[in-house]
Design a protein around this ligand. Sequence first.
Ligand code: SF4
Length: 371
Amino acid sequence: MAKGSVQSKLSPSAIRRPLLRWFEREARDLPWRRTRDPYAIWVSEIMLQQTRVPAAVPYYERFVRRFPTVHTLAKAPLDSVLKLWEGLGYYSRARNLHRAAREIITRFGGQIPETRAELLSLPGIGAYTAGAISSIAFGRREPLVDGNVTRVLCRVFRVRRNPKEAAVQKKLWSLAEELLPSARPGDFNQALMELGSEVCLPRNPLCDICPLRKVCLARLHGEQARLPVRPRTKPIPCHTVVVGVIERNGRILIDKRRSEGLLGGLWEFPGGKKRSGESLEEALHREVLEEIGIRIRVGGPVATIDHAYSHFRVRLHAFRCTYASGTPQCFGCDAVKWVRPGDLRRYAFPAANKKIIQILQTSRRCGSAQS
Ligand code: SF4
């Protein structure tokens, strides 16, 4: 790691001035940059935690149109918030946003708090998001470090240790704080992130057009490609999951996942993980019985869908099934419902289940066109 303070190695102004000038010229025109409304900035920051800018923009625009204030969001049922979030993934962000909106009403009189400490007390707001809201919306001198800022700082200051180590994280936060100007701290933070996103790319950084090329220690030592240090990653596990599209009297059975945990609060087709030694059909019989307490007849396959989550992948096999016996109950879920096929679109489903719905609807349309 580069030793010593920022002042002893690189003057903060040698970084601030060219970076801010570059940001004034090159900043992308993004919808959340046209406002200082802390609510809008908060929503955008939560969306951008796990989503790239081009994918987040249409979701952001729909979200603030439907829920333009913290009050409208707090009053909305969670189901409608999840429905609007459908497809964006990482649904705990939406659940926490909704919970935090309600806390802002009850604990802060409907005003989004300004300070880092108060922001950190809200669900879903960590150190990065607190720094972003406090500096960008309120102009407070609060640093932030995300993946883009980590990459820029590791290269500019030639940090040659794994940035995930606690001591290195601490160092990066203190570098980010030392660099922050008292005037325009929000612009400076956004400029650092923008540089990481648009110029200081993970592979092949565009050093020739970088405003920091004259001071960047990684560039001066020809080490851009080696920094930040990447720890060895473990292979990602892959699970086999089986679900049933269970029909009875023209309706399909869906269940609502428990509100906490992965995909919490979303609807899905009943099913679960296959165990070793089980056939797909055996796994489906067992999972449906354990989850909702009914017996089914398993028919032909509907689709096989591969889907990647952040820490694992799934291969999901969907089968057409018919109801055989029992009363649907919630043993492993929050609710069960028989719904008409045409009403499935009203519920928020995870991406892999959405693909099954599309396939069902296409086959229904083809079926009715042929008949
Ligand atoms: S000079 Fe290159 S490596 Fe250094 S900050 Fe700029 S783009 Fe990144």
